[in-house]
Design a protein around this ligand. Structure first.
Ligand code: SF4
Length: 446
């Protein structure tokens, strides 16, 4: 016989335990085992408690990033209704969830200024190190674009005058943008600038329609794909490369980790970046090289046909003639470093005029000229590494950083920022990376 509803009569007492209600293998339970919030102690006010307990705020944010709940209003509602979320946030059944506006104020206020989110992220890295997940031998670096919270309808094209003092557009991200410039520009310098998040980059780098975006830069230890550092940067290649250098330096300073090899795609293969890795840091550059422009046609004489002799500092061409920077010692002594960091080697006009290869080598020039970066020796180091088995292994290991970005997008649903400005992007990327590390730790628990 079917049971009968009791007409909605309310019981006075219930025997209910939140602890028992949350399954033992729930993801939040497994994450909780690895969560170390002792770093939050300095964030407690010495005079009374802040409006939102830092630990409660961090736990709620972790729930949000872990389950792709991007809106603060929705996060507060979900924590109110979901028993597992309440358990993880240390809220009893009768405890009040903070109002989303208070929560928002605390998040953007002193917690941000005090670097709470970086402390939280670094605590996850330390935990991964303590559990033996970080080898420290090989790091992979890359950047991924994330849509900024900026509409193209609220933007100005290059050359359009923008009154940044206008109260309609003056906001925290605008103030951050102006502070980063020497004098607030009256005319926009970028191709297109957002009026809501002016530091975001207008880009179509992914091949789709152009949009405003930020880049999240990861430095990943390839042993277990742990993210050892993360940084927000404008979505342009030089800024991404600079962010990678800062991450390598910071990881060494904060955790004493310095990789033997650094993996990256050709964005990190500029001569200058390679020189920094090899000469300054003593790191093996397992990166793809930028293809150098080469005039070689199907039957022409290309750069690869010339051999460089470092002792003589000269190239030898296929006809056996020398290409040199200087022919006279006096000029060599007076020479200053080239402003564009490129040396130029010239053949003798007399040699080229008499050469049968001239129509294939330099048909429209009086003599052949070869440029060489002052950091070319670092490129040579990569060419040497490219012939080794270790380089092939690195090419496979490099995919781990791309997988971390795929996980960020597919599993955490992180495709668009909620916060604006460089600090907003940085906060969001730190929290997302912290969650990825915690999930990695949690997945190891059966
Ligand atoms: S044209 Fe000049 S540089 Fe080219 S192969 Fe002949 S001698 Fe050498």
């Amino acid at each position: 016989m079917m049971g009968k509803l009791d007409g909605g009569e309310e019981k006075l007492f219930y025997a209910f335990s939140l602890e028992d209600a949350v399954p033992q293998d729930h993801l939040l339970r497994r994450i909780d085992r690895f969560l170390d919030l002792s770093e939050l102690r300095p964030f407690y006010s010495s005079i009374g408690r802040p409006s939102v307990d830092p630990e409660l705020m961090v736990r709620m944010l972790l729930v949000g990033y872990c389950f792709g709940i991007r809106s603060e209003r929705r996060l507060c509602e979900e924590v109110h209704l979901n028993l597992a979320y309440r358990w993880f946030c240390r809220l009893g059944l009768e405890d009040r969830v903070p109002d989303h506006s208070t929560f928002s104020k605390a998040r953007h206020g002193r917690f941000r200024e005090a670097g709470l989110f970086r402390s939280l992220f670094e605590a996850t890295v330390r935990r991964c190190m303590a559990d033996g997940l970080v080898g420290g031998e090989g790091f992979a670096t890359d950047a991924s674009l994330i849509h900024a919270d900026a509409s193209k309808n609220r933007s100005a094209w290059k050359g359009e005058a923008v009154d940044w003092e206008d109260p309609q557009i003056a906001s925290r991200p605008v103030v951050e943008y102006l502070d980063a410039l020497d004098d607030g520009p009256k005319v926009t310098e970028k191709k297109r600038v957002s009026l809501t998040d002016p530091a975001a980059q207008w880009t179509c780098a992914h091949g789709g329609p152009a949009h405003f975006a930020w880049a999240t830069n990861y430095l990943v230890d390839v042993q277990a794909s742990v993210i050892v550092d993360v940084e927000a940067s404008p979505a342009v290649r030089p800024a991404e490369v600079a962010a990678s250098r800062r991450m390598v330096d910071r990881t060494e300073e904060r955790f004493g980790l310095k990789p033997k090899r650094l993996m990256g795609d050709k964005a990190y293969g500029s001569a200058e970046m390679l020189s920094w890795m090899v000469k300054e840091k003593g790191i093996e550059p397992h990166v793809a090289l930028f293809a150098q422009p080469d005039r070689k046609k199907a039957d022409g004489v290309g750069r690869g046909d010339f051999t460089y002799d470092p002792e003589e500092d000269a190239y030898t061409c296929p006809a056996g003639k020398k290409l040199k920077r200087f022919r006279r010692e006096a000029r060599a002594k007076k020479a200053k470093p080239p402003p564009d960091q490129v040396y130029r080697y010239y053949a003798l006009k007399a040699d080229c005029d008499a050469c049968p290869l001239k129509p294939k080598c330099c048909p429209n020039l009086p003599m052949r000229k070869l440029p060489r970066s002052i950091h070319e020796d670092a490129r040579d180091k990569v060419r040497e590494l490219q012939r080794t088995e270790a380089y092939e292994v690195s090419q496979r290991d490099r995919k781990k950083v791309e997988m971390a970005f795929a996980h960020l997008e597919q599993n955490l649903g992180f495709r668009r920022l909620r916060l604006r400005g460089p600090t907003g992007a940085q906060d969001e990327f730190l929290l997302a990376a912290a969650v990825q590390n915690l999930r990695k730790l949690a997945c190891r628990v059966a």
